[in-house]
Design a protein around this ligand. Structure first.
Ligand SMILES: [Zn+2]
Length: 496
């Protein structure tokens, strides 16, 4: 059963070794269709959490949550019910019905108006200081492929007097926005609702954007070409009205982080904790993608929860004595805005001053042979030195983030540890430029990232998985056994 499922699943470049087969069996247990994509708060997530807790127990880890391994995270959900909402574009008395999540979507929040009836006006890309009158209108803009730094706030804030903002997603960029949208859900830690810049922020599918411009004297195609060339875009009223009703639901839910400890062996250092983490939640069930509506999240992020389980198992089998204690942290709510890790770092179950570092595993992706690893925040702390000392003898080159504009440093659970002053990092397998590996890397983002295609049927490289899991175990041993705890480098912006 195991072997046939395994070998039938993917084209494998090399035969996986025994540890890698065991690791993959955990990936299968967490990312199979029965887990329904492990959406935060869902039954599938609870089943997956039960699996993780049983594995932690079997591998001799001590419970370190609030109730056993579980640390319950209280959450608030705001959700657009696409099936009970309507949207119509009207031009010269003629109407075109839009489908929520397929043509148009919304950033849900409690202040979203439940009905909309407004004209549209095109303003280019965030250049609101234009001659066109935006009062009482929905401002339509082109969202860029890369949104950098302060631009994000500008591009999500409607100019004053406008009813709201409608951004046409860019069809370009490494991580193209997903259409159909998985769903329109916003979650927050209960009592900490995220402040939204504008009450009404809409998104539009670029594949359907031409319909917004009909009769305006402009076409989306021409405007997109101008935009791609970096040329200025005109502003002009669109001759179309958007009428919509939005069914917004709100709910309090809860979902568990799983926290476990492997006690250290050195009386002087066992009171210090190295946190290793990965997120268990995925996107769950969403709009179908070629007929498949389960967003399995195999490499985002079940595979690295599996790495944590596999690491615990190997440490137990070898009966390794690690001087410091290790916290195994499996987080919920990552895909909803790093919520589980924020809750954990705000409600630590071990003393804050004794948390010495965090290694977070998110989207490492063993898709091609492991020769280069990008290390998040490589030069911010002595973790970078520890990583190089372990990686280089293994033939792994350690790179600083090559794509800082993607803000990877803020987009995974390592960020919340950095926010409380704990040196933290994460890794991404990185291809060499111009190689077939780079094509695989890009193709994964283009096709599988946050879609139902990130599942157990995708190809992967057993040698890369084996090498990464070995590297991770050696790194953990090195950090846990070092005389000095990890420190921020002097001058790091994160040093407090
Ligand atoms: Zn993700």
């Amino acid at each position: 059963m195991f072997a046939s499922v395994f070998f039938g699943a993917a084209l494998l470049a090399t035969e996986p070794n025994q540890e890698t087969r065991r690791w993959w069996s955990h990936v299968q247990a967490l990312a199979n269709d029965g887990m329904e994509g492990r959406d935060t708060g869902s039954e599938g997530y609870r089943d997956a959490a039960g699996y993780v807790a049983r594995q932690f127990e079997q591998n001799g880890l001590k419970p370190a949550g609030d109730q056993g391994y579980a640390q319950t995270v209280p959450l608030h959900v705001v959700r657009l019910r696409g099936d009970r909402s309507t949207a119509v574009l009207t031009r010269d008395g003629r109407s075109k019905t839009l489908q929520w999540l397929r043509h148009i979507s919304v950033q849900p929040n409690t202040a979203v108006p439940r009905s909309i009836d407004a004209e549209l006006v095109f303003v280019g890309s965030g250049n609101y200081a234009t001659a066109v009158d935006v009062r009482g209108k929905i401002v339509v803009q082109m969202n860029p492929a890369r949104i950098e730094g302060a631009q994000a706030a500008v591009l999500s804030t409607a100019p004053s007097g406008a009813v709201g903002l409608l951004g046409i997603d860019s069809p370009d960029g490494l991580e193209p926005p997903r259409w159909p949208a998985q769903y329109a859900v916003a979650m927050s830690l209960r009592g900490q609702s995220a402040a939204t810049a504008s009450a009404l922020t809409l998104r539009f599918n670029p594949a359907d954007a031409e319909m917004l411009f009909e009769g305006s004297g402009h076409t989306y195609k021409d405007l997109l070409n101008l935009f791609r060339q970096g040329r200025p875009l005109p502003s002009f009223p669109l001759t179309v009205q958007l009428r919509a009703t939005l069914a917004i639901e709100e709910e309090n839910i809860q979902s568990d982080n799983l926290i476990a400890i492997r006690p250290g062996s050195d009386p002087a250092l066992a009171g210090e904790y190295v946190v290793v983490s990965a997120h268990l939640d995925g996107y769950g069930i969403g709009e179908p993608w070629n007929g498949d509506n389960i967003y399995n999240g195999a490499f985002d992020d079940a595979a690295y929860v599996a790495t944590l389980i596999e690491t615990a198992e190997r440490l137990q089998q070898s009966n390794a004595k690690l001087r410091r204690s290790i916290v195994f942290a499996v987080f919920t709510g990552e895909e909803k805005g790093l919520l589980g890790s924020r809750y954990f770092t705000q409600h630590l179950t071990v003393p804050r001053n004794q948390v010495v570092g965090n290694i977070n595993l998110d989207q490492v992706r063993p898709l091609f042979p492991l020769k280069r690893l990008t290390m998040i925040a490589r030069d911010e702390s002595t973790l970078g030195d520890a990583v190089r000392r372990v990686a280089e003898p293994m033939g792994i080159q350690v790179l600083a983030d090559q794509e800082p504009w993607r803000n990877l440093i803020r987009r995974a659970d390592n960020w919340n540890f950095m926010q409380i002053g704990v040196p933290a990092t994460g890794f991404v397998l990185t291809p060499e430029k111009g190689t077939p590996d780079e094509a695989i890397y890009k193709e994964w983002y283009a096709r599988r990232y946050h879609t139902p295609l990130d599942d157990l049927k995708q190809p992967w490289d057993p040698s890369a998985a084996a090498k990464f899991n070995d590297f991770f175990l050696r790194l953990l041993e090195a950090i846990a056994n070092a005389n000095e705890r990890p420190q921020w480098k002097s001058g790091s912006a994160y040093a407090k």
